[in-house]
Ligand binder design. Structure first.
Ligand code: SAM
Length: 329
């Protein structure tokens, strides 16, 4: 299969209009390819980063202390730094892709080829799934992230369609076999109206029997509203330490504000970039109530972020990091 994938030529540039927004770049697959068999070992994820956004260089300020102060900058959006953003998730990506393949095999009554990712960002899943032979389409609000994804696809000699657009209002001509919305992207939709518009739009674009794989963190009834999650990742001589802290939360508005901080250490410089994001809060009960309104979908499976196909959960108050399998009826 690795050989087969290598025959897929680099993306063809074309301009397409979508949801009244112009597509900065869309590379339409010339061929649709069958996904690889489970036993086939896919090529490893590209680990060399492609530079798309210039990371500000640290100014050399004389310091009295022996340890130089790390320069900090508040950025507009951490999604504008796709190479730094995705480094924190690259290690898990192949596991997530393999899980998606297993989901398609288990839950979809026909072979899955065309897959749509909503809020694809840097395209870590788009690229990994394209390598595995899927015809991937990615939609995101952020053109910088899509440009980064485009370069990566080209480098790995894969095709993929990338569209700048809003996941609450988009339109494609051809239906998809499956759709995905990963790691809390859905929670960026701050109102019930937006969440329902998203579910309806996804349903409209799925073939009957096709699935929407929706991953999000749920708040358990006795869950801690505050806290910091820390992790780090290395790429060559660069190490990035991530800290995601809940700084504001309201059960009334059902919104939480999080501060994301990325401490970047390179050979000769260190700097910290930080940003705030707002996410909608869901308990299992609130999510169930929303899904009851999305009548085009039937909940046919619940898993968790461990990505184990044989480990089936329930959508109840014990569910935390949840992966829902919603089938288009
Ligand atoms: C947490 S990132 C996830 C990126 C990618 N799915 C992944 O798994 O790495 C969330 C992405 O959703 C995008 N996004 C947020 N709101 C959106 C909207 N209304 N429509 C489309 N994309 C949106 C952001 O630009 C960002 O790239």
């Amino acid at each position: 299969m690795a050989k087969k994938i290598a025959t897929v030529k680099a993306a063809t540039k074309s301009k397409v209009k979508l949801a009244s927004k112009e597509v900065v770049q869309a590379a339409s697959p010339k061929t649709t390819k069958k996904p690889v068999a489970k036993s086939v070992v896919a090529k490893t994820v590209a680990t060399k980063l492609v530079e798309t956004k210039r990371i500000p260089a640290a100014k050399s300020t004389p310091s009295k202390a022996s340890k130089p102060k790390v320069r900090s900058e508040t950025i507009k959006s951490w999604y504008d730094y796709p190479e730094l953003y995705e480094l924190g998730f690259l290690k898990e990506t192949p596991k997530e892709s393999k899980f998606l393949m297993e989901v398609f095999k288990k839950y979809v009554p026909f072979p899955v080829q065309r897959v749509l990712e909503l809020g694809c960002g840097s395209g870590r899943l788009i690229c990994d799934m394209a390598k595995r032979g899927y015809a991937m389409t990615g939609l995101d609000l952020n053109p910088t992230a899509l440009e980064y994804c485009k370069k990566k696809l080209k480098k790995q000699e894969c095709v993929g369609e990338l569209v700048v657009g809003d996941m609450t209002n988009f339109s494609f001509d051809e239906p998809f076999d499956a759709a995905i919305n990963a790691i809390n992207t859905f929670r960026h939709l701050e109102t019930e109206e937006a969440a329902l518009a998203h579910l309806n739009c996804v349903a409209k674009h799925l073939k009957p029997g096709g699935v929407f794989v929706l991953s999000l963190h749920l708040l358990p009834p006795d869950g801690d509203l505050w806290g910091t999650e820390r992790w780090s990742a290395k790429q060559g001589e660069m190490k990035v330490s991530y800290a995601l802290t809940v700084v504001e939360t309201s059960m009334k508005t059902r919104l939480e504000k999080l501060r994301i901080s990325m401490l970047v250490k390179e050979k000769d410089e260190s700097f910290r970039l930080s940003d705030h994001i707002t996410l909608r809060i869901y308990t299992a009960k609130q999510l169930k109530s929303l899904l009851a309104k999305a009548t085009q979908f039937k909940l046919i499976g619940v898993h968790d972020f461990w990505c184990e196909i044989e480990s089936v959960q329930k959508l109840n108050s014990e569910a935390v990091d949840t992966v829902l399998i919603l089938q288009r009826v």
